[in-house]
Structure formats: structure tokens, C-alpha cells
Design a protein around this ligand. Structure first.
Ligand SMILES: [Cu+2]
Length: 137
């Protein structure tokens, strides 16, 4: 009986630890964000992780049509900002590396939760895709 008395609190402690771990892991930003509609597919992922404040962070954005054919020559805009904060919007410098693959380099200015928002005009329709990312220090 004495043994059970020790194991029950230990099991509870372990369960609590796993619950906490699961919670913090869910709060982590996804590695990449995929947007798909009837005409376009946009994938955004951080190329430099983890991100640090006042340091360049690079995102790779791939644009293709629904058949998977890369869509090049787009006037892609990528803006970094902190949702729910008023520290501003920071446009990234976008270059097309190869047809349909764009690199966006920007500088987040503080630690916390950020998003990189891709804006592109697809035949008169403004598409916006936000990719959340974490600035760790
Ligand atoms: Cu801020």
C-alpha cells in the first residue's frame, strides 16, 4: 500500500507535465503555412529559424497554380507585423529566386509573436496569407 501512495502523485505530476508540454507545443508557430483556393496555391515558410529581433529573417514563398505549375513574375509583397500590437508594419524585400519561388527578407524589431503576411494580386483579386512566426529573443 505504501508504494501506491508514492506512485499516484508521481503519475499525476507526469500527466500535468505532459499537459503543459502539449500546451506550449501548440502555441509554437507552424513551420509553414499553406493557402489554397480555386486558382492558386501559396506556401510560406521561414528559412531562418529561430528568428531574433533586429536580425534578418528570410521567408521562402512558393506560388503555383492548382496543377502545381510555378507562377512567376508576381508582384509579391510581404509585410512583417505583430498581431494585436502597434509596433508597426515592416515590409520585407522580395526577390524571385526562380520561377514561382520568392525570398522575402525582413527584420522583426522585438521579441514575441509575429506574422509574415503575403499580399498578391491575382487577376484583380487581392490574396492575403498570414504566416505566424515566433521571434525568440
Ligand atoms: Cu510589438
Amino acid at each position: 500500500m505504501k508504494k501506491i501512495g508514492v506512485w499516484i502523485p508521481l503519475a499525476l505530476l507526469l500527466a500535468a507535465a505532459f499537459a503543459y508540454l502539449g500546451m506550449t507545443m501548440n502555441q509554437e508557430a507552424a513551420a509553414s503555412t499553406l493557402y489554397i483556393d480555386e486558382s492558386i496555391r501559396i506556401d510560406i515558410g521561414a528559412n531562418t529559424a529561430p528568428a531574433h529581433s533586429m536580425q534578418e529573417v528570410e521567408f521562402i514563398v512558393t506560388v503555383s497554380d492548382v496543377a502545381g505549375v510555378p507562377v512567376g513574375g508576381q508582384d509579391l509583397q510581404v509585410v512583417l507585423s505583430m498581431p494585436g500590437m502597434f509596433c508597426g508594419s515592416f515590409p520585407a524585400v522580395v526577390t524571385e529566386r526562380e520561377t514561382g519561388t520568392y525570398a522575402a527578407v525582413g527584420v522583426p524589431v522585438m521579441r514575441g509573436r509575429w506574422q509574415a503576411e503575403v499580399r498578391v494580386d491575382m487577376g484583380g483579386k487581392q490574396v492575403r496569407v498570414g504566416h505566424p512566426f515566433q521571434v525568440v529573443s
